[in-house]
Write a protein that binds this ligand. Structure first.
Ligand SMILES: [Zn+2]
Length: 389
């Protein structure tokens, strides 16, 4: 009830066309720079521009965390977290995309997270690399075009980046180049490169996007317990470096819940001119245990909760609603929820921006509840019993 009342009171705090001051201050020179960098002049002119236009006008919501949700639904194994479901049950992936769009996602992101060469090598399926990437891109594109959502490609942490090993860096470069190539061939509207804990690896992903594509790049870092990248750059420093290297949107995704991502987001928003992205995990992280991998459950002998014991820490719809309002009020326009997100979280995020996605038809309304309702059809014998429930 509280959330609904708040949503009504605060819905549309500003018109969708009213930009935040930071967004207005965004350098106009960015678009020509992207065009100049492209080797593919034949791409349709609208590709990619939609994301930036939407960000300038208001919020863009991007549902992420597909592998966690597929694990919960029984179609993906926790551990390796490789979405073999793309081959086993492509219809489940398509339905998941549809569920998130129904809940308010503006983006359908190809499920190529952990479908890179290194991960497939780990599970002994490297031969499936190309068809699995193409399957993910094909499913997402179909949903995006059917629903009018943005079609995003996805690059992610390779888990082999080593600053002291030139051979590993060459392999990282190869992984990014080939995944950018397949996504570019599929016609993505923009790229997400996400969940990097090495700043240098994120810069390599950005360089691959800039080299092989001209569409926008959203680059997001993931911070573990420490408020720094693994090479020791602060969240602000890494985002400034990414912006300087040509990222269109910079920010943080995954690992941190709303409570421990927001302090970083405030600093980043104040330090860069480009658009900023915030995609926390929907878990109640704390200053003592700031990442979802560090959470321990006192009900289970303080065992590590990650990855399949996180249920007691899941954020409520209200908490995600509050996160959305707080982040947007700061001028953070690219918003999402990462690993652990369900469609109900994405709906709450959409409603925090004053929107009513199709799933809002079913948002909570307790007025007709058997005991807590307040319509005349709820009998007094029921409402009188409330205190005993
Ligand atoms: Zn995540």
């Amino acid at each position: 009830m509280a959330r609904k009342a708040k949503a009504k009171a605060k819905s549309r705090p500003r018109s969708r066309t009213e930009s935040r001051p930071k967004a207005r201050a965004r350098p106009k020179a960015r678009a020509p720079r992207i065009s100049a960098a492209t080797p593919r002049a034949a791409a349709p002119p609208r590709r990619g521009q939609d994301l930036l236009a939407r960000l300038n006008q208001g919020g863009v919501i991007c549902a992420e965390g597909y592998v966690f949700e597929l694990e919960r639904r029984g179609y993906l194994q926790a551990g390796a977290f490789v979405p073999e479901v793309l081959f086993d049950h492509p219809e489940v992936v398509e339905q998941l995309h549809m569920d998130f769009v129904h809940a308010g996602s503006d983006v359908t992101e190809a499920l190529t997270y952990y479908v890179h060469r290194e991960k497939l090598r780990v599970i002994g399926r490297e031969k499936d690399l190309v068809p699995m990437n193409k399957a993910a891109l094909g499913i997402a594109k179909r949903v995006a075009r059917r629903t009018g959502t943005l079609f995003a490609g996805d690059l992610c942490n390779t888990n082999i980046y080593d600053p002291a090993d030139a051979a590993s860096q060459r392999e990282v470069e190869r992984i990014f180049a080939e995944q950018v190539g397949w996504a570019e061939d599929a016609g993505v509207d923009y790229f997400v490169a996400e969940t990097f804990s090495w700043g240098a690896e994120a810069l390599m992903a950005l360089a691959a996007i800039r080299k092989h594509s001209k569409v926008p790049a959203v680059i997001t870092m993931a911070m573990h317990r420490e408020n720094s990248t693994r090479e020791g750059w602060s969240p602000v420093e890494v985002c400034q470096r990414l912006e300087a290297a040509g990222a269109d949107v910079v920010g943080i995704n995954c690992h941190r819940g709303p409570a421990t991502i927001m302090p970083m987001m405030r600093d980043i928003r104040a330090a860069v001119a480009c658009h900023v992205a915030a995609l926390p995990v929907p878990y109640r992280t704390t200053p003592a245990q700031p990442s979802f991998m560090s959470l321990t459950d006192p009900c289970c002998q303080d065992a590590r909760a990650f990855p399949v014991g996180l249920d007691p820490f899941v954020c409520t719809r209200q908490e995600i609603f509050d996160f959305g309002q707080e982040a947007y009020a700061l001028g953070i326009h690219y918003l999402g929820v990462c690993c652990g997100a369900g469609p109900h979280h994405i709906r709450a995020l959409a409603e925090s921006l004053g929107r009513k996605p199709p799933a809002s038809r079913y948002s909570v309304d307790m007025s007709k509840h058997a005991f807590f309702g307040n319509t005349e059809r709820i009998k007094k014998i029921q409402t009188d019993y409330r205190a005993k429930l």
